[in-house]
Write a protein that binds this ligand. Structure first.
Ligand SMILES: Cc1cc2nc3c(=O)[nH]c(=O)nc-3n(C[C@H](O)[C@H](O)[C@H](O)COP(=O)(O)OP(=O)(O)OC[C@H]3O[C@@H](n4cnc5c(N)ncnc54)[C@H](O)[C@@H]3O)c2cc1C
Length: 323
C-alpha cells in the first residue's frame, strides 16, 4: 500500500488529481535512485519500481564514478537504496511495470510484484529510468565474457586493459573510431572484422597510419578463462589469436517495451527524445539515464536523474501554485 504521509498545508492550492503518488519512478539504477533522492528530499510522495539488475551488472566495477571509482555495481546501488531510507515519502518496491496509461491529469500503472501478483497505482508524473539492453554479436563466448573480457567502452575499462594486447570487433566507421580511440591506451591493437570487405580504403589507411593491424578472417568463437577474461579469438580456419580483451560497440534496444504504445517520440538512434526539462513528447512523462540521447555513463545517468527530479518538482509546484 502507498505510504500515508501527512502533506504540508497548501494555501490557495487549486484542486489536484487525487493520486497514490506524486511521482512513480520506473527503474532503480543510477538515474532512478538519484531522482528518488532529490524528490524525497523535496517531500514528494514517490514510488520507485525496482525491476531488477542494471545494465552493468556483469561488470566487476563501476569506473570513473567520482568518489566511487571501481565500486561493484550492486554495491553502488545498495548504497543508493540505503540513503533513501531516511526519506519516509519514498517507497521502493521490487516490481516490474507492465502497463502504463495516461489519463486526464494522471498516469495509471500496473506492476507485477515479487510474488507475481499485479497491483495498480496512480501518479501525477512518471519518470522512465529503465535503461537499455545491449545486443551482442552472435558469436559463441561473447555473452559469457561480457563485462570482463568483452568490453564496450574505453572510458569505463581502458585503464584496466592499458598496455595489453587488445582486439576491436566490428565493421565500418564505428570500428575504426573505436580502434583509434583504444590505441591511446595500448599500442597493440588489432581490428577483427569477422569477414572480408567491410572497411573502406580510407579506414584502412587511417588504421595503417596508427600501426593498427587488421584481421578479416571469419571468427568461430571466443575462448575465455573461468574468471571471464578473454584468452583467445578463434578463427574459422582454426587459428587462435591471444588477446587480453576485445572491445565491441553493440546495438541496443530500449528495455521498456511500452514506449511506442504511449506515443513517445524516439530519436533516429532509438533513444527517448526529451526536451531541456527532461520531459518526453508525452506531457508529464519524463526520462533520464541511458534511455535518453548522449553518452551512457553511471555518473551521467545519476546527474540526469537529479535534473529530471528538479524539473518534475518544479512542474508539480507550478500546478499547485496558481499565478
Ligand atoms: C558491461 C558494462 C560495464 C559498464 N561499466 C561502466 C563503468 O565502469 N562506468 C560507468 O560510468 N558506466 C559504465 N557502464 C554504463 C552504465 O552501466 C550505465 O550508464 C548506467 O547503468 C545507466 O544507468 P540507468 O539508471 O540509466 O540504467 P540501468 O542502470 O540499466 O538501470 C535501469 C533499471 O531499470 C529497471 N527496469 C527496466 N524496465 C523496467 C520495468 N518495466 N519495470 C521496473 N524496472 C525496470 C532495470 O531492471 C534496471 O534496474 C557500463 C555498462 C556496461 C554494459
Amino acid at each position: 500500500m502507498p505510504h500515508q504521509v501527512a502533506s504540508l498545508p497548501r494555501r490557495h492550492a487549486p484542486a489536484q488529481p487525487t493520486t497514490d503518488y506524486d511521482v512513480v519512478i520506473i527503474g532503480a539504477g543510477s538515474a532512478g535512485l538519484s531522482a528518488a533522492l532529490t524528490l524525497g528530499r523535496a517531500l514528494r510522495r514517490v514510488m520507485v519500481c525496482n525491476g531488477g539488475a542494471p545494465r552493468n551488472a556483469p561488470s566487476p566495477g563501476v569506473h570513473s564514478f567520482f568518489t566511487r571509482d571501481g565500486i561493484k555495481p550492486a554495491e553502488l546501488l545498495q548504497t543508493g537504496l540505503q540513503q533513501l531510507q531516511p526519506y519516509e515519502t519514498v517507497e521502493v518496491r521490487t516490481a516490474q511495470v507492465t502497463q502504463l496509461r495516461k489519463q486526464t491529469g494522471l498516469f495509471e500503472l500496473v506492476a507485477e510484484g515479487e510474488t507475481g501478483r499485479s497491483f495498480t497505482v496512480t501518479a501525477r508524473k512518471v519518470l522512465l529510468a529503465t535503461g537499455v539492453e545491449d545486443e551482442l554479436p552472435p558469436i559463441d563466448g561473447m555473452r559469457d565474457l561480457w563485462g570482463r573480457g568483452v568490453l564496450h567502452c574505453p572510458y569505463c575499462h581502458g585503464w584496466e586493459v592499458r598496455n595489453q594486447p587488445i582486439a576491436i570487433y566490428g565493421r565500418g566507421k564505428i570500428v575504426t573510431g573505436m580502434a583509434l580511440l583504444v590505441s591511446r591506451w595500448t599500442t597493440d591493437v588489432i581490428v577483427c572484422t569477422d569477414g572480408a570487405g567491410h572497411l573502406s580504403e580510407n579506414a584502412r589507411r587511417r588504421l595503417r597510419q596508427q600501426k593498427i593491424k587488421l584481421r578479416e578472417d571469419p571468427i568461430s568463437h571466443l575462448e575465455g578463462k573461468p574468471n571471464g577474461e578473454l584468452r583467445h579469438i578463434v578463427f574459422e580456419n582454426g587459428e587462435k589469436l591471444a588477446r587480453y580483451a576485445l572491445f565491441v560497440h553493440p546495438h541496443q534496444h530500449q528495455r521498456f517495451g511500452l514506449l511506442e504504445s504511449l506515443g513517445c517520440r524516439l530519436t533516429s538512434k532509438g533513444a527517448v527524445w526529451v526536451n531541456k526539462h527532461a520531459q518526453t513528447s508525452v506531457g508529464g512523462l519524463y526520462a533520464a539515464g541511458d534511455i535518453t540521447p548522449g553518452p551512457q555513463k553511471a555518473l551521467l545517468a545519476a546527474a540526469e536523474g537529479m535534473q529530471a527530479a528538479i524539473a518534475i518538482h518544479e512542474a508539480l509546484t507550478r500546478e499547485e501554485c496558481p499565478k
